[in-house]
Design a binder for this molecule. Structure first.
Ligand code: SF4
Length: 154
Protein backbone atom coordinates (compact mmCIF):
# COMPACT_ATOMS: atom_id res chain seq x y z
CA UNK A 1 0.00 0.00 0.00
CA UNK A 2 1.47 3.32 -1.14
CA UNK A 3 0.81 5.27 2.09
CA UNK A 4 2.43 2.55 4.21
CA UNK A 5 5.42 2.45 1.86
CA UNK A 6 5.96 6.20 2.36
CA UNK A 7 5.56 5.75 6.12
CA UNK A 8 8.21 3.00 6.12
CA UNK A 9 10.69 5.21 4.27
CA UNK A 10 10.12 7.97 6.81
CA UNK A 11 11.11 5.42 9.46
CA UNK A 12 14.14 4.12 7.55
CA UNK A 13 16.40 4.44 10.57
CA UNK A 14 14.09 2.32 12.69
CA UNK A 15 13.83 -0.38 10.00
CA UNK A 16 17.58 -0.35 9.50
CA UNK A 17 18.13 -1.07 13.21
CA UNK A 18 15.30 -3.61 13.23
CA UNK A 19 16.74 -5.48 10.24
CA UNK A 20 20.18 -5.56 11.80
CA UNK A 21 18.75 -7.29 14.87
CA UNK A 22 16.55 -9.54 12.75
CA UNK A 23 19.54 -10.63 10.69
CA UNK A 24 21.59 -11.29 13.82
CA UNK A 25 18.78 -13.45 15.23
CA UNK A 26 18.48 -15.32 11.93
CA UNK A 27 22.20 -16.02 11.81
CA UNK A 28 22.13 -17.21 15.43
CA UNK A 29 19.30 -19.59 14.55
CA UNK A 30 21.04 -20.74 11.36
CA UNK A 31 22.31 -24.09 12.72
CA UNK A 32 18.78 -25.08 13.74
CA UNK A 33 17.27 -23.78 10.49
CA UNK A 34 19.85 -25.68 8.47
CA UNK A 35 19.02 -28.83 10.40
CA UNK A 36 15.34 -28.39 9.47
CA UNK A 37 16.44 -27.74 5.90
CA UNK A 38 16.55 -24.36 4.14
CA UNK A 39 14.92 -25.81 1.04
CA UNK A 40 12.05 -27.13 3.14
CA UNK A 41 11.67 -23.67 4.73
CA UNK A 42 11.69 -21.82 1.42
CA UNK A 43 7.96 -21.82 0.70
CA UNK A 44 6.65 -20.82 4.15
CA UNK A 45 9.41 -18.24 4.61
CA UNK A 46 8.80 -16.71 1.19
CA UNK A 47 5.06 -16.54 1.96
CA UNK A 48 5.73 -14.81 5.28
CA UNK A 49 8.23 -12.43 3.69
CA UNK A 50 5.78 -11.59 0.90
CA UNK A 51 3.08 -10.76 3.44
CA UNK A 52 5.20 -8.67 5.81
CA UNK A 53 7.32 -6.82 3.25
CA UNK A 54 4.42 -6.51 0.85
CA UNK A 55 2.53 -4.58 3.49
CA UNK A 56 5.44 -2.44 4.67
CA UNK A 57 7.42 -1.80 1.47
CA UNK A 58 5.21 -2.93 -1.44
CA UNK A 59 7.80 -5.67 -1.91
CA UNK A 60 7.69 -7.46 -5.29
CA UNK A 61 9.76 -10.45 -4.10
CA UNK A 62 12.68 -9.90 -6.45
CA UNK A 63 14.70 -12.39 -4.40
CA UNK A 64 17.65 -10.03 -3.96
CA UNK A 65 16.59 -7.43 -1.45
CA UNK A 66 18.49 -4.14 -1.43
CA UNK A 67 16.26 -2.16 0.93
CA UNK A 68 19.24 -1.55 3.23
CA UNK A 69 20.93 0.21 0.29
CA UNK A 70 17.93 2.20 -0.85
CA UNK A 71 16.66 4.03 2.21
CA UNK A 72 14.00 1.32 2.66
CA UNK A 73 12.39 2.36 -0.63
CA UNK A 74 11.88 -0.71 -2.82
CA UNK A 75 13.34 -0.04 -6.28
CA UNK A 76 11.10 -2.68 -7.84
CA UNK A 77 8.21 -0.22 -7.53
CA UNK A 78 9.91 1.91 -10.17
CA UNK A 79 7.98 1.30 -13.43
CA UNK A 80 11.36 0.81 -15.12
CA UNK A 81 12.68 -1.23 -12.17
CA UNK A 82 15.85 0.85 -11.99
CA UNK A 83 18.21 -0.58 -9.35
CA UNK A 84 21.04 1.92 -9.65
CA UNK A 85 19.45 5.32 -9.23
CA UNK A 86 16.74 7.15 -11.09
CA UNK A 87 16.27 7.47 -14.84
CA UNK A 88 16.50 10.89 -16.39
CA UNK A 89 12.76 11.43 -16.22
CA UNK A 90 12.17 12.50 -12.63
CA UNK A 91 9.78 15.43 -12.64
CA UNK A 92 10.80 18.75 -11.00
CA UNK A 93 8.44 17.98 -8.13
CA UNK A 94 10.18 14.63 -7.50
CA UNK A 95 7.45 12.52 -9.06
CA UNK A 96 7.75 9.69 -11.57
CA UNK A 97 7.53 10.49 -15.29
CA UNK A 98 5.60 7.26 -15.99
CA UNK A 99 3.27 7.44 -12.99
CA UNK A 100 2.95 11.14 -12.12
CA UNK A 101 0.81 10.40 -9.07
CA UNK A 102 3.75 8.56 -7.48
CA UNK A 103 6.93 10.00 -5.99
CA UNK A 104 10.04 8.64 -7.72
CA UNK A 105 11.20 5.64 -5.70
CA UNK A 106 14.77 6.91 -6.00
CA UNK A 107 13.89 10.35 -4.63
CA UNK A 108 12.33 8.43 -1.77
CA UNK A 109 15.41 6.22 -1.53
CA UNK A 110 17.70 9.21 -1.23
CA UNK A 111 15.56 10.78 1.48
CA UNK A 112 15.34 7.47 3.36
CA UNK A 113 19.08 6.90 3.13
CA UNK A 114 19.73 10.32 4.71
CA UNK A 115 17.94 9.03 7.79
CA UNK A 116 19.97 5.83 8.04
CA UNK A 117 23.19 5.24 9.97
CA UNK A 118 24.68 3.49 6.92
CA UNK A 119 23.02 5.68 4.35
CA UNK A 120 26.18 5.84 2.23
CA UNK A 121 25.36 2.33 1.02
CA UNK A 122 23.04 3.91 -1.51
CA UNK A 123 26.18 4.80 -3.47
CA UNK A 124 27.18 1.14 -3.94
CA UNK A 125 26.70 -0.21 -7.44
CA UNK A 126 24.12 -2.99 -7.67
CA UNK A 127 24.68 -5.99 -9.95
CA UNK A 128 22.08 -6.92 -12.58
CA UNK A 129 19.06 -8.65 -11.08
CA UNK A 130 18.99 -12.43 -11.37
CA UNK A 131 15.39 -13.00 -12.50
CA UNK A 132 15.56 -16.70 -11.68
CA UNK A 133 15.37 -15.71 -8.01
CA UNK A 134 12.01 -13.96 -8.34
CA UNK A 135 9.56 -15.14 -5.72
CA UNK A 136 12.24 -16.61 -3.49
CA UNK A 137 13.05 -15.49 0.03
CA UNK A 138 15.76 -12.85 0.42
CA UNK A 139 15.86 -13.65 4.13
CA UNK A 140 16.94 -17.21 3.45
CA UNK A 141 19.35 -16.03 0.78
CA UNK A 142 21.15 -13.89 3.39
CA UNK A 143 21.24 -16.92 5.66
CA UNK A 144 22.66 -19.10 2.90
CA UNK A 145 25.34 -16.52 2.10
CA UNK A 146 26.33 -15.40 5.59
CA UNK A 147 25.74 -18.28 7.99
CA UNK A 148 28.65 -20.67 8.24
CA UNK A 149 27.81 -24.20 7.15
CA UNK A 150 28.60 -26.92 9.65
CA UNK A 151 30.11 -30.05 8.06
CA UNK A 152 26.93 -32.12 8.65
CA UNK A 153 24.43 -29.43 7.60
CA UNK A 154 22.42 -29.94 4.36
S1 SF4 B 1 14.26 -5.05 -3.21
FE1 SF4 B 1 13.26 -6.99 -3.82
S2 SF4 B 1 13.01 -8.22 -1.94
FE2 SF4 B 1 13.51 -6.08 -1.32
S3 SF4 B 1 11.52 -5.11 -0.96
FE3 SF4 B 1 12.04 -4.74 -3.12
S4 SF4 B 1 11.17 -6.44 -4.35
FE4 SF4 B 1 11.16 -7.00 -2.16
Amino acid sequence: MYAVRLWSVRRARFWEAFYRRFERAGLAAAPLLRRIGLDRLERPTAALERGVKGLLFDCRMCGACILSHTGMSCPMNCPKQMRNGPCGGVRPDGHCEVRPEMRCVWVQAWEGSRRMAEGQRILELQPPLDRTREGSSSWLRVLREKAPVSPRAP
